[in-house]
Ligand binder design. Structure first.
Ligand code: MG
Length: 171
């Protein structure tokens, strides 16, 4: 059996545009300052996608969805993630799990964590966990200039290309 691990990192600064919503893990956080970005700037979803692409050896998010491409302006990142999951599956991989650490001084993530996990787990089709960390006032993240996210993903694939996890549909 092939087992691969991938890591993903993303960071976006807060936007000066007060009308931009903050989207994290597919959750629009009410009343919070939004992040700058070509898409919806969902830094958590981007890190998950980067980790999956990295584990599968399929490049990075920017190579699949260049920010010079007007098609992706304002894109809903969970839809980009769904596309990435499709690419990973097409290569015979099954996602084991993904774990995320979000580094944010604000807003408080705890009230939104369950919904983020539910959204991302639904898109990925495997457990996605989200943990929040503060940056202890160190550096730009600590001064609340933006939000970053790190993610780790595990993929499994049997050597003959069949799914080693075996969903109910295969029994
Ligand atoms: Mg990003």
């Amino acid at each position: 059996m092939d087992i691969r691990v991938g890591n993903g990192f993303d960071i976006h600064r807060f936007s000066d545009d007060e009308t931009r919503p903050l989207v994290l893990g597919g959750v629009t956080v009410p009343g919070a300052a939004g992040l700058d970005g070509h898409s919806d700037a969902d830094v958590v979803t981007h890190a998950v996608a980067e980790a999956l692409l990295g584990a599968a050896g399929l490049g990075d998010l920017g190579s699949h969805f260049p920010d010079t491409d007007e098609r992706w302006r304002g894109a809903v990142s969970t839809q980009l993630l769904a596309h990435v999951v499709g690419l990973v599956r097409a290569d015979g991989w099954t996602v084991g799990n993904v774990d995320c650490s979000v580094v944010a001084e604000r807003p408080k993530l705890a009230p939104h964590r369950d919904q983020m996990q539910e959204n991302l787990t639904g898109v990925v089709g495997a457990p996605v966990t989200v943990k929040g960390r503060r940056a202890e006032q160190i550096g730009g993240l600590g001064r609340a200039e933006g939000i970053a996210c790190l993610a780790s993903a595990v993929l499994v694939r049997s050597v003959d290309g069949s799914s080693p996890v075996g969903g109910a549909e295969e029994q």
